[in-house]
Write a protein that binds this ligand. Sequence first.
Ligand code: KG4
Ligand code: ZN
Length: 349
Amino acid sequence: MSAPVIILGIESSCDDTSASVIIDGVSHSNIISCQSVHEQFGGVVPELASRAHQQNIVPTVQAALKEAGVKPRELTAIGYTRGPGLLGSLLVGSSFAKGMAMSLDIPLIEVNHMQAHILAHFITEKDGYSDIPEFPFLCLTVSGGHTQIVKVTNHFEMELLGQTKDDAAGEAFDKIAKIMGLPYPGGPMVDKFAQEGNKHAFKFPRSKMQGLNFSFSGLKTAVLYFLQKEVAKDPDFVEKNKADICASVQYTIVETLLGKVKRAVRETGIERVAVAGGVSANSDLRKSLLALQEAKKWRVYLPKMQYTTDNGAMIAISAHLKYLEGNFSSQGNAPMARLSVEDDFGWKS
Ligand code: KG4
Ligand code: ZN
């Protein structure tokens, strides 16, 4: 039997420091240290994020190794997020990964964060569970910074079919939550209050963006003006109607996303649909996708909840797949704040 492939994955692109150990494609740990320092500011403060990554990275990596029962010298390779993300945050994870790979004299593998959200679908659990998509498939990638429809032909062959021209879906959730006075990150709060609300209570506009592209900034402005008008009449309007506002906003965002997914399926003829990124944790989006699977006989792939928001396991599985292809990175590669889902650097051995 050949030696197991043991990968340490490090994620530090935004406000979560995360590390994971994946052995032969099976997740053995996925430690996520969330940064609470940003809550008081209602959003991520980049400089505070990089400082918190510096504090968190050593204990997070140690915890991931310990939970997996793996010693550093047993690692086969180290994967890290090269981009896209906040440059200061990326620098912490990439410098740490480079130093560790150099000291252990093992390969370093850079990972594209947007590809990694999609490749999280290739993780197998310790109990043997997996739901790995068949190629080609479409992926709706919805995070705090991105909203994309991607055609995935192979692990690293991805084509961007459409994307947002302004705010991302997660950003729309967060900004509208902020307008309502809800704490950051707003997406999970809107989801929670929406459970008790009527999604048809208020009608908000849906953008008419062409083709497979999205726009969410108009919705944010519409909600802002609507609430300003109502609060002028009744200062308690938001508090009294919180659940209905959340349900109506969530419905508008989810219907907009799914309208484009239906169009992408029609245009490509591909009926396998995955969803990825923080907003894929949204309960209405998940329910609606399962309903479409029933109604349209699509095959829908929902990530496990722990792989929706940023996590080290998605970086480790991406590095694992690259390792199998002999796709490594140079120590000289600098992190990149901007990177397309189509970009795959590195060199094949
Ligand atoms: O993928 P992610 O963790 O980070 C980025 O790469 O941006 O996504 C974070 C985004 C935030 O905007 C957050 O509000 C949103 O995902 N989010 C949700 C839910 N959980 C997280 N949005 C709607 N419903 C949720 N349950
Ligand atoms: Zn992300």
